[in-house]
Design a protein around this ligand. Structure first.
Ligand SMILES: Nc1nc2c(ncn2[C@@H]2O[C@H](COP(=O)(O)OP(=O)(O)O)[C@@H](O)[C@H]2O)c(=O)[nH]1
Ligand SMILES: [Mg+2]
Ligand SMILES: [Zn+2]
Length: 364
């Protein structure tokens, strides 16, 4: 392992055309990947700390030798080691859509990350009541940090400036909500493209755009931020119903009093959440029902694949001849197939479902 002596550590900042760009000690290295990393199953994500070998200071090239352990991951956008996600939704153009916003909030909650609500284009608000009702529900009742921004009002950007300091932040939200404009307003030298029709529509094909961690302020090297393309159709079809339920903070004060511990608060007898339904915002409950339908579909696919596993073992057993041996084998195999099924469930329930990992960085 003589090559390992010159390992240096850096952070993966972007991925583009099969090259990984890693910042280490203020230098950006264009990196390839050590062949075995893919086989070992940990492909680097933007935000990862990585060890580099074959470092060539003149050409600023290197090779990613190893991905260091991650603090967390999120699948949409695809990033590792994130501190917080700004969920950017506009009041108008496009119209405020609480159900879509709840999808993002839930997705982020399930990834174990903190979300901050940025309600953008506040200059387009019809009335102050529009703003106040969002603040009441998401801020006062649900406990999110909520703020309103407008690029036409530089003072409104102060909150962002303070919240991002020395953190890794992500801006997420639908296309057109003003994410890139916000970053440009904070730092005009970024010159991010604004107001463009998504590339997919413009070119009539699926174009993958990659996430990049930007240095927001030249004098704050620790403040990194990722602007992301909007995502349409964020489905919660990767989580089991009970985990989804637990991601709804407003159920927490009541659900321990439900008659059944697996209560999903839909139509069950003795449901304490339903008894207190008047305390839960209609839009939030509707968001929950929408996502629950997807989570239930997901549960069905998990169940049918674990049944298949068990069925497969039984078929094998029937081919045997020796009765007693078969019986013993059956017992053993049933345990094994249950174990496989359990593993499948826990893998699928993990924070990074494989299907979301592979192809989800596409713009709307
Ligand atoms: N009125 C108003 N328009 C904005 C504001 N921020 C962005 N926009 C406009 O919204 C459109 C989409 O902005 P963009 O930053 O590209 O959104 P992104 O897709 O989320 O990055 C552009 O036409 C911007 O000029 C704002 O605070 N107020
Ligand atoms: Mg943008
Ligand atoms: Zn209940």
């Amino acid at each position: 392992m003589s090559t390992e002596q010159n390992l240096i550590t850096g952070r993966l900042r972007k991925y583009h055309s099969n090259f990984y760009y890693v910042e280490a000690d203020g230098v950006e290295y264009e990196c390839a990947l050590r062949g075995l990393i893919k086989k070992e199953g940990t492909e680097p994500l933007v935000g990862d700390f990585v060890e580099l070998d074959s470092v060539q200071p003149q050409s600023k090239t290197a090779r990613i030798h190893r991905v260091l352990p991650r603090k967390n991951t999120i699948s949409r956008p695809k990033l590792a080691n994130v501190d917080q996600v700004f969920v950017v939704y506009s009041l108008k153009e496009p119209d405020f859509d609480p159900n879509q916003m709840d999808r993002y909030l839930t997705h982020i909650e399930l990834a174990g990350l903190r979300s901050i609500l940025c309600i953008s284009k506040a200059d387009l608000a019809a009335t102050n009541e529009d703003l106040a009702s969002i603040q009441t529900l998401y801020g006062d009742q649900l406990g999110y940090t909520v703020f309103f921004s407008s690029v036409r009002n530089p003072k409104s950007l102060e909150t962002i400036r303070q919240l991002v300091k020395d953190k890794i932040s992500v801006l997420a939200g639908p296309s057109g909500s003003g994410k890139s404009s916000l970053l440009n307003a904070l730092n005009p030298t970024l010159q991010l493209r604004v107001g463009e029709i998504s590339e997919k529509i413009a070119r009539g094909q699926h174009t993958t755009r990659h996430v990049e961690l930007l240095t927001l302020f030249a004098d704050q090297p620790e403040t990194l931020i990722a602007d992301t393309p909007g995502f349409s159709n964020l489905k919660l079809n990767y989580v089991l119903p009970e985990r989804l339920r637990d991601a709804f903070r407003e159920f927490a004060p009541y659900q321990s009093a439900c008659a059944f511990s697996d209560c999903l608060h839909v139509d069950e007898e003795g449901c304490s959440v339903l008894a207190h339904r008047a305390n839960i915002a209609d839009s939030r409950y509707q968001s929950y029902l929408n996502m629950l339908a997807e989570a239930r579909q997901y549960k069905e696919t998990v169940n049918s694949s674990s049944q298949k596993a068990e069925f497969g073992y039984k078929q094998l057993d029937r081919k045997g001849k020796d009765g007693l041996r078969i019986l013993r084998l059956k017992e053993k195999n049933r345990d094994a197939s249950r174990r496989v099924a359990r593993q499948q469930v826990s893998q699928m329930e993990g924070e990074l479902p494989e299907d979301l990992l592979t192809s989800d960085l596409d713009a709307d």
